[in-house]
Design a protein around this ligand. Structure first.
Ligand code: GAR
Length: 204
């Protein structure tokens, strides 16, 4: 049980599958107090679903514990789910942040740990693994990014925040995704700071 004026930073475990620029933004901003002096958050561990991710490297460079739980190392999806849950739980997080983690999370994990995710499109439009590509192919003029509470659907959980990004003439999936990620990094930091400052509203 947490309080509105917590003595300790919110304990955050971040899960990544890729380069980890959102993780980097979270690492750069951690520990800062909000304007009223309430404590922020601390990234206490970073996990990945594959070895050699840029995200894990960024964490290790800061001396933050890392772990890797590879699906291929487990005979069933359920056993991988359980291993991921055990590795994350070992760091006793208040909040789990999926920052470019490209795997679905099992139901027991979600019952155990409040978990947020970010998606590079304005949900509920363009859910799934190719949000940027699908928005571009549809011809939208504005897209963006969404942070939401993870539930047992695919990108269906309650929306916490969104940022809009205009599609430019000549955008490719890569150029558009890079501009979305600029907004996404700011949104991630503001969201996690906000959840840390007001944890009584969501952490039971
Ligand atoms: C981010 O744009 C994030 O929204 C996306 O992966 C990127 C990770 O970038 N996640 C998903 O598409 C999840 N469905 P990063 O590795 O540079 O933080």
């Amino acid at each position: 049980m947490s309080t509105a004026t917590p003595a300790e930073p919110l304990r955050v475990v971040v899960l990544v599958s890729g380069t980890g620029t959102n993780l980097q933004a979270l690492l750069d901003a951690q520990g800062a107090s909000d304007p009223t002096g309430r404590k922020g958050y601390a990234v206490v561990a970073v996990g990945a679903d594959r070895p050699g991710t840029g995200g894990e490297e960024r964490a290790a460079g800061r001396g933050i514990p890392t772990f890797t739980v590879r699906l291929a190392d487990y005979p069933t999806r359920e056993e991988w789910d359980r291993a991921l849950l055990e590795n994350v739980s070992a760091h006793t997080p208040d909040l789990v942040v999926l920052a470019g983690f490209m795997k679905l999370i099992g139901p027991e994990f979600l019952r155990t740990h409040p978990t947020i995710n970010s998606h590079p499109a304005l949900l509920p439009s363009f859910p799934g693994a190719h949000g940027v590509r699908d928005a571009l192919a549809h011809g939208v003029k504005v897209t963006g990014c969404t942070i939401f509470w993870v539930d047992d659907g695919v990108d269906t959980g309650a929306i916490i925040d969104q940022r809009a990004v205009r599609v430019a003439a000549g955008d490719t999936e890569e150029t558009l995704h890079e501009r979305i990620k600029v907004e996404e990094r700011v949104m991630f930091v503001e969201t996690v700071r906000g959840l840390a400052a007001d944890r009584a509203a969501w952490l039971t």
